[in-house]
Design a protein around this ligand. Structure first.
Ligand SMILES: NC(=O)c1ccc[n+]([C@@H]2O[C@H](COP(=O)([O-])OP(=O)(O)OC[C@H]3O[C@@H](n4cnc5c(N)ncnc54)[C@H](OP(=O)(O)O)[C@@H]3O)[C@@H](O)[C@H]2O)c1
Length: 334
């Protein structure tokens, strides 16, 4: 067991490792073919993470249409030392829909209660944020989940969610945040800090670009303009490479450690044992202030490059929930 630093989620949530591991990749739909060898590697990677003490996992009902939750449940579902975050789809906007979804999650994850349930993306403009977060609260009251939070909620909706909860705290807002996507720093992050909500950073490696990957070899990368921008940004990659060399670390470790230095909890996507080993090393790497300064400077353009306010996944808000649900069902998840 390796000792990994930890942090409390929100004001009074569970204590978790400073780096989480994301299982979108383990759902496979957009990340490549699912064969026995690949599955064995994911299972071994999950076990290795637990052995190392990297016990915070992030998944969602839409990842492989429940497949990634089932895989995690099969390998680590019954463990008390593991903290599982899972996300109900953003098209779930009714009390019944949310509660039923959390029940399904709990079964797939093989846990008595999901540790933290998030609403994956904001409800469509036709629905109310208050109804959604109160439905999440109800899942806690029924013993199906322990804590609640949101994902991809911009400033105004996060504020609304925090105002609406009656008995349970919004622990986290899980948002896109990396050296190549810093728009959250413009308003959302300071607001979350004021509200005592932890920022969890998805795509901390810009889908591998910040680890040095240059080829968009799957649908997830092909559809991502941030991967495209980061993988061709020689100036940023050069600084990242130089900082990593000076510290005797890898680019991926430095990119993840930079987020820890910004008080965010990065969720690194993984499907291989070496991804887990690197995530453990990143969790132990404390960046010196010169390194943070150099990386800040080299990535400054990404504070404003992607718009004035946090907006990832916001286009979905204009699509009515039943249509969102139908499309995702037909796709069999992402
Ligand atoms: N809330 C949301 O809306 C949302 C959205 C997206 C993601 N997420 C969560 O955030 C997690 C991570 O985000 P992400 O999937 O966008 O990607 P990411 O963490 O930025 O990149 C993950 C990919 O980078 C590569 N990688 C990981 N560690 C590496 C290392 N040490 N060296 C070299 N390459 C490495 C792997 O690619 P290969 O597998 O190809 O080797 C891995 O699949 C997801 O799994 C999911 O849990 C949440």
């Amino acid at each position: 067991m390796v000792n990994v630093s930890s942090i409390v989620l929100g004001k009074g949530g569970p204590r978790v490792p400073v780096v989480g591991l994301g299982l979108w990749q383990a759902g496979f739909k957009m990340w490549g073919p699912r064969d026995e060898d690949a599955l064995r590697e994911v299972r071994e990677a999950i076990s290795l993470a637990v052995e190392y003490g990297l016990t915070l996992f992030d998944t969602a009902e839409v990842y492989g249409h429940g497949f990634s939750e089932s895989l995690l449940g099969e390998v680590a579902g019954n463990r008390d030392d593991v903290v599982v975050i899972s996300k109900v789809a953003g098209y779930r906007v009714t009390r019944r829909g949310v509660v039923k979804a959390v029940e399904g999650m709990r079964r797939r994850l093989r846990r008595d209660a999901v540790d933290v349930v998030l609403h994956h993306w904001p409800p469509s403009v036709h629905s109310s944020v208050c109804s959604v977060v109160r439905a999440l609260e109800e899942a806690v009251e029924r013993g199906l989940a322990k804590y609640i939070g949101v994902s991809n909620y911009p400033e105004d909706l996060l504020e609304r969610a925090v105002e609406c909860v009656k008995r349970h705290e919004i622990l986290v807002d899980q948002v896109q945040y990396s050296l190549a996507y810093r728009v959250v720093e413009r308003g959302l992050k300071p607001l979350a800090e004021r509200l005592g909500v932890t920022i969890m950073a998805w795509s901390p490696l810009a889908k591998g670009a910040l680890a040095g990957k240059t080829v968009a070899d799957n649908k997830a990368r092909k559809n991502d303009p941030v991967f495209e921008a980061a993988s061709t940004d020689e100036e940023l990659l050069d600084v990242l490479r130089r900082v990593a060399d000076r510290l005797g670390a890898s680019m991926a470790q430095v990119a993840v450690a930079w987020l820890i230095a910004k008080s965010a909890v990065p969720v690194v996507g993984f499907r291989k044992k070496r991804h887990v080993e690197e995530a453990v090393a990143a969790a132990k790497l404390q960046l010196p202030s010169w390194a943070v300064r150099e990386l800040d400077r080299a990535s400054e353009k990404y504070v404003s490059r992607w718009g004035g306010k946090y907006g990832a996944v916001q286009n979905l808000r204009w699509v009515p929930s039943p249509i969102q649900m139908l499309v995702l069902r037909l796709m069999g998840g992402v």
